[in-house]
Design a protein around this ligand. Structure first.
Ligand code: SIN
Ligand code: FE
Length: 279
């Protein structure tokens, strides 16, 4: 039996929820010899940002070749299983609540940028998805740099979610009464956009569009070498991907009830800042 008491100092769930990011020791996920050739742009359809696998199957963004698609699906599903075990080991309390999102294989060079400021992940932000409101659920992601050429994935990271939120919170309009219903009916969103989702998306867009903020961003650079894996609450850690290519990523959603430390969640911090009930 584990004789150590679970305290804030040694409970990874609490560290993850308060710090927002944990770097796993060593090189915990290794590609097999047979998987290595999949780490190449030639399996992409050339249009999508990433190749991805849905939680119930279905590959997106891959070239039409059926054999390549099957092998990509196998790699991503192996990664998903590994990521799920990793999170369960770190935070056993999350186990029954862990909901799978998409798995992605990111073959693009990050430094090449994106078609708009809003979509440009080189600009500092906290994750919030326009079409996929979480309704207050947390976004937990597991990343692994699988670059075969020794190239780091480099991020800028700031742990000051509160500073990030306070910078724009008063300027973000509350949704009008029927807005959530309308967005859902028009299928602009896949679920109802709660007041929390609207604020998170407003902050995401305000941050990415704020040139003065992006020109003198807070935080520091972190380099993740090939083989490194890291687990991040990307709905709380302020982050930007600066450079690097070839990465695997698994998204999970977790309800607030699963949190070891609910007061550290973005929903509770935003409620404190705005004085409104958001979820
Ligand atoms: C992001 O979540 O903003 C991008 C992370 C990455 O691609 O490294
Ligand atoms: Fe992000």
């Amino acid at each position: 039996m584990d004789s150590q008491p679970r305290t804030t100092a040694n409970d990874p769930a609490i560290t993850l929820e308060t710090e927002g990011l944990i770097l796993l020791p060593g090189q915990p996920f290794v590609l097999t010899e047979a998987e290595r050739d999949l780490v190449s742009p030639r399996f992409s359809d050339g249009r999508a940002k990433n190749i991805s696998l849905g939680p119930t199957g279905g590959v997106r963004g891959a070239a039409p070749d059926p054999e390549g698609r099957r092998r990509l699906a196998d790699l991503m599903s192996r990664y998903r299983t590994w990521a799920e075990e990793t999170v369960r080991d770190l935070a056993p309390g999350y186990g029954p609540h862990l909901e799978r999102g998409r798995t992605s294989l990111r073959t693009r060079e990050v430094a090449e940028g994106a078609e708009s400021k809003r979509r440009d992940d080189r600009r500092l932000h906290v994750d919030a998805f326009a079409s996929q409101p979480t309704g207050g659920r947390r976004i937990l992601r597991v990343f692994t740099n699988i670059n075969p050429e020794g190239v780091d994935r480099v991020w800028r990271v700031s742990r000051d979610f509160e500073g990030y939120a306070r910078r724009w919170a008063d300027r973000i309009r509350a949704p009008f009464p029927a807005e959530a219903w309308l967005l859902r009916t028009l299928r602009i969103t896949r679920a109802s956009r709660t007041r929390y989702d609207a604020l998170m998306l407003g902050l995401h867009d305000a941050a990415k569009l704020d040139d003065a903020y992006q020109a003198a961003p807070p935080g520091e650079e972190m380099a993740f070498p090939p083989g490194a894996s890291w687990v991040v609450y990307t709905d709380k850690v302020v982050h930007a991907a600066l450079r690097g290519r070839y990465m695997l990523e698994q998204t999970f959603y977790l309800p607030l009830e699963a949190m070891a430390c609910p007061a550290a969640s973005p929903a509770r911090i935003l409620e404190r800042i705005t004085g409104h009930t958001l979820v």
